[in-house]
Design a protein around this ligand. Structure first.
Ligand code: MTE
Length: 347
């Protein structure tokens, strides 16, 4: 993974959480339009933030680029629970504008450039979609996405996401705790790790067909069972009030907010319960650079760059730099999982 930036975006384009929330109230018809104008007059909301808000409302200019959106999934995402008030499940930090979250992506199945996923996944098919549950479980099998999601109530989680390349964002995901899915399929006592796999389909995913492709396919990731069961770990099916765009991992992805973004595997088709630690895509590619644990840690540099700071999108290469936090700011919730482990050895 290389640090690259395609465009310089002024920091004034950030969408404050209150703008996003106000938009939501506006949609419910409970806020009058003068509020935005008043805030603008007082200099609280930049014009670009308001423009961004308008873009979010109409989903223009970035459409959710999928071959088809299953009606039942759109309805399910729309009928989610209200977000929890605050706390570890919901940061109050300004949200990354939808435009940036959906046009500056890592999804190497669609190419190596940050803009490739948005442009090359336009007709990605998520219907039909099935997920294989395999390994050390009492209820293995091939399940349709609808079967997988049916019993789960969705909720919003506003999390920081920190890429190993040192950019970060704040995203309002819509999903449910992975722990709830795990309990449903009843892992047996041999299950100590979970392995996840992304779809392998070179016809739809040009990066998988490219001779220059650096990763082995399918993309794989893994978690220790206690990490997978942690309440912060979710499976997401939506973001910013709608289903996931293709470039963000439609229709189903993992989100593990205290780990580098590469652990949050996209477009999952297989969940395998294992006795032993699984191989993972980036660790196979360069074991000395990308560890299995991949916990965000400002003290442990990547061999080729420091991890002490990050740039919060939208940004250029040098602006909006902020200090990186241990476990991406979720230490209170997750540090106990790694008690007694040397985080330099188990990076
Ligand atoms: N999942 C798959 N299948 N393929 C990928 O290339 N990239 C990872 C992760 N999940 C990746 C993936 C990396 S490096 C990051 S930083 C995040 O997805 C980016 O998620 P986002 O594009 O939604 O911000």
């Amino acid at each position: 993974m290389l640090i690259k930036t395609k465009k310089e975006i002024p920091s004034s384009e950030i969408t404050p959480a209150n703008v996003y929330k106000n938009r939501r109230q506006f949609l419910k018809g409970s806020v009058n339009i003068a509020f935005g104008a008043g805030a603008l007059g007082a200099g609280l909301i930049s014009p670009s933030a308001l423009a961004q808000t308008a873009g979010l409302r109409g989903r223009a200019p970035t459409e959710i680029n999928l071959a088809a959106k299953p009606d039942w999934l759109v309805a399910k995402v729309g009928n989610r629970n209200a977000p929890p008030a605050s706390g570890p499940y919901n940061t109050d930090e300004a949200l990354t504008p939808f435009q940036d979250a959906t046009n500056y992506n890592n999804f190497f199945e669609f190419g190596n450039g940050k803009g490739d996923p948005a442009s090359k996944a336009r007709d990605f098919k998520i219907d039909p979609w099935s997920v294989e549950i395999a390994g050390e479980v009492n209820k293995p099998g091939n399940y349709t996405l609808e079967d997988i999601l049916q019993p789960h109530t969705l909720e919003e989680r506003v999390y920081r996401i920190r890429c190993v390349e040192a950019f970060s964002m704040v995203i309002p995901w819509i999903g449910f705790p992975l722990a709830d899915l795990i309990s449903r399929f009843e892992p047996n006592s041999n299950a100590r790790f979970i392995e996840f796999e992304t779809l392998y389909d070179p016809e739809q995913m040009p990066g998988q067909a490219a001779r220059t492709s650096s990763l082995g396919w399918p993309y794989k990731e893994g978690l220790r069972m206690d990490e997978a069961m942690h309440p912060l770990t979710i499976l997401a099916v939506g973001m910013y009030d709608d289903i996931l765009p293709a470039q963000n991992g439609a229709p189903l992805r993992l989100v593990v907010p205290w780990k580098y973004g590469f652990k949050s595997i996209k477009s999952i088709v297989r969940i395998n319960f294992r006795r032993d630690m699984p191989n993972t895509a980036w660790n196979d590619y360069a074991a000395n650079e990308y560890g299995f644990y991949a916990n965000v840690n400002p003290q442990v540099s990547h061999p080729r760059w420091s991890q002490s700071q990050e740039r919060r999108l939208p940004s250029g290469l040098f602006d909006r730099r902020i200090p990186t936090q241990l476990f991406n700011g979720y230490a209170e919730e997750v540090a106990h999982l790694y008690q007694g482990m040397d985080l330099r050895t188990y990076f």
